[in-house]
Design a protein around this ligand. Structure first.
Ligand code: F3S
Length: 390
């Protein structure tokens, strides 16, 4: 891989041990993927923030970098932690976990990252424009950035996104290149399955696409999802498959800029039996202790549309920045007197639900339904929002 003089200096350690380590990670990846060189990035988004995903080793790695004086070069945001850092006590979270999460956030802040603690950086200010190169981890954010914003990022892991944050560079391969952004399979869903404003059907569709065409760049025909549905569908695809990009004619920006990107050979339908297969697989129980929405984290529009008829105990997971905006706009007023809680900095998959006394959750997100049994150790009721909250 070709390196500039400055990049060679970083690699040799002349610019300090943190940049040397970061360059070693990027050069190793570049060699594996046969990249010609490294390109500058507009922003980074780093995952592995919750202790559940990073473990103690991840915490020590990040603290060690911060102690060595590492600083991010590109605008960098970070994924959810394991707990709401303001209301953890009311939520019944273990203090030990909170202390470790605070150390993790502190290390990132010392390096200059913006501690948004959310998986929707594009809703909190880290919103790249068309064609920008990124190094984002968090698969749901990657697929949104590539597909809905027309930016360019591979599905980075926590170490490579952090290495890119520190150097401002990423290897030139994969979804940074035009040839890998061409649609590869056309999906023509039965539109009757996708009616209405709910995100649930699009989440099911995304999950089905990821399961059946896991390495593809799908092109969806005939659909006009709203932004929340685009977010839910991409998260579903990226959870069950390795998908990082989709196109929708007349909806997503690359399809608009170059319609030939949607010309594909293979095609498939999505019918009610496919829909039911996904629901049967993910829906384990018919009642849950706690309803959790906001996977990926809620937008203000979703909060506005959320029915106020919520009956049971409910978490709405959203970025703290949007929670503050919703308070200023009085959006949460309609839920006063309900058993609804706005949960920030974390989500239903990485929070210690079992330790907090929950053994089951109701979700409308295929991604949450996929990961919560594995990571949070809870059973899942997977259903549309209107069914969950009645
Ligand atoms: Fe976000 Fe947690 Fe879902 S990080 S995408 S809310 S699993």
């Amino acid at each position: 891989m070709h390196l500039t003089k400055n990049q060679e200096k970083m690699l040799s350690g002349e610019e300090g041990p943190a940049l040397q380590k970061a360059m070693e990670i990027l050069v190793a990846l570049g060699d594996i993927y046969d990249a010609d060189g490294l390109i500058p990035i507009h922003s980074a988004h780093v995952s592995g923030i919750s202790l559940r995903t990073s473990g103690e080793a991840g915490l020590k790695f990040v603290e060690n970098l911060a102690d060595k004086g590492a600083e991010v070069y590109a605008h960098t945001t970070i994924n959810p932690t394991g707990i709401d850092l303001e209301s953890w006590e009311e939520l019944g979270a273990p203090k030990d976990l909170v202390d470790k999460q605070r150390r993790m956030i502190d290390a990132y802040e010392r390096m200059g990252a913006e501690p948004i603690c959310s998986c929707v950086p594009y809703l909190t200010g880290n919103r790249p424009s068309f064609g920008k190169h990124l190094a984002w981890a968090e698969s749901s954010a990657v697929v949104f950035a590539n597909s809905v914003l027309g930016a360019r990022t591979n599905r980075e892991g926590a170490p490579s996104a952090l290495a890119s944050a520190l150097t401002g560079l990423t290897p030139l391969h994969g979804y940074h290149l035009d040839e890998n952004r061409q649609g590869t399979v056309e999906i023509e869903p039965n539109l009757e399955l996708l009616q209405g404003e709910e995100t649930f059907p699009y989440s099911v569709l995304g999950y089905w696409i990821g399961e059946n065409f896991p390495e593809s760049v799908p092109v969806l025909k005939g659909v006009k999802p709203n932004p929340a549905q685009l977010k839910a569908m991409g998260a579903g695809m990226a959870a069950s498959g390795a998908i990082a990009l989709y196109h929708i004619p007349d909806v997503t920006p690359e399809a608009e800029a170059d319609p030939s990107i949607c010309e594909v050979g293979e095609s498939a339908g999505f019918e009610s039996s496919d829909f039911e297969d996904v629901v049967d697989k993910l829906d384990q129980i018919s009642e849950a202790d706690l309803v959790c929405v906001g996977c990926p984290h809620f937008s203000l529009e979703e909060l506005e549309k959320m029915p106020d008829s919520v009956e049971g105990e409910t978490w709405v997971c959203l970025p703290r920045k949007l929670k503050r905006e919703s308070d200023e706009k009085g959006l949460s007023k309609k839920f006063e007197g309900k058993k609804i809680r706005f949960v920030c900095d974390t989500c239903m998959v990485v929070a210690p639900l079992r330790e907090m006394g929950y053994s089951s959750i109701g979700v409308n997100s295929a991604k949450a339904a996929h990961y919560a049994p594995m990571l949070a150790g809870v059973k899942v009721h997977f259903a549309p929002l209107k069914e969950l909250i009645k």
